[in-house]
Design a protein around this ligand. Structure first.
Ligand code: C5P
Length: 213
């Protein structure tokens, strides 16, 4: 069973994808980490994320980089949204994601284009969203807990800029797949959002089985 979870930054998609993977006993891939690893490689080699050739040259990073805590930082996230707009970067990371999705037994992947490009054949697709203000508040709290002094207004501006870049790029923009189920987490606790996600996936799997019968 393949479960695709897409949505904008800080919508809750990562938490939901991890919980779904645990619930259904499936392996999970946070595909944002791949773009963040490319971005971090670009930054560490003092290359330019806006230049497609510089970003492509950084796609061949070692697997060990995926455990680097620096990937989780806001700088890496911002640069990731720049490198991810280059079609050749997306092409370089495509097979790795497809292989993960198509492994025997299935998988849960979260990102921006899982239901549309990486695994259009997924058995269940969720599109997770929340208002920009609520996502900024969540991200701001998280950054403050990590010791950052960044302001809420700065975080909100970054979220809006990232949304605009992710949604307007021509290569695999952030859009809801026509067959994706919408989950708005704006006014849900984490536990409630996870329960809703499981209920939606269960319902989709049951209706897929009905169609096959
Ligand atoms: O999800 P996360 O915030 O870690 O992703 C970082 C950036 O990587 C996103 O802003 C987006 O531009 C890019 N990304 C993408 N496609 C994916 C996952 C992430 O373009 N499947």
């Amino acid at each position: 069973m393949i479960i695709a979870v897409d949505g904008p930054a800080a919508s809750g998609k990562g938490t939901i994808a991890r919980a779904l993977a645990r619930h259904y006993g499936l392996p999970h891939l946070d595909t944002g980490l791949l773009y963040r690893a490319v971005a971090l490689t670009v930054m560490r080699n003092e290359l330019d994320p806006e230049k497609e050739a510089d970003a492509v040259a950084s796609c061949d990073f070692p697997d060990s980089l995926l455990d680097d805590p620096a990937l989780r930082g806001d700088e890496a996230g911002k640069a990731a949204s720049i490198v991810s707009a280059h079609p050749l970067v997306r092409a370089a990371l495509l097979q790795r994601q497809r292989r993960f999705a198509q492994q025997p037994g299935g998988a849960v992947l979260d990102g921006r284009d899982i239901g549309t490009v990486i695994a259009p054949e997924a058995d269940a697709k969720l599109f997770v969203k929340a208002t920009p203000m609520i996502r900024a508040r969540r991200r701001h709290e998280e950054l403050k807990r990590g010791g950052s002094t960044v302001t809420y207004d700065r975080v909100l501006a970054d979220i809006r800029a990232r949304d605009a870049r992710d949604s307007s790029r021509s290569a695999a923009p952030l859009v809801q797949a026509p067959d994706a189920m919408l989950l708005d987490t704006s006014f849900l606790s984490i536990e409630a959002a996870v329960q809703k996600a499981i209920a939606l996936v269960d319902a989709r799997i049951a209706s897929n089985a009905d169609v096959e019968r």
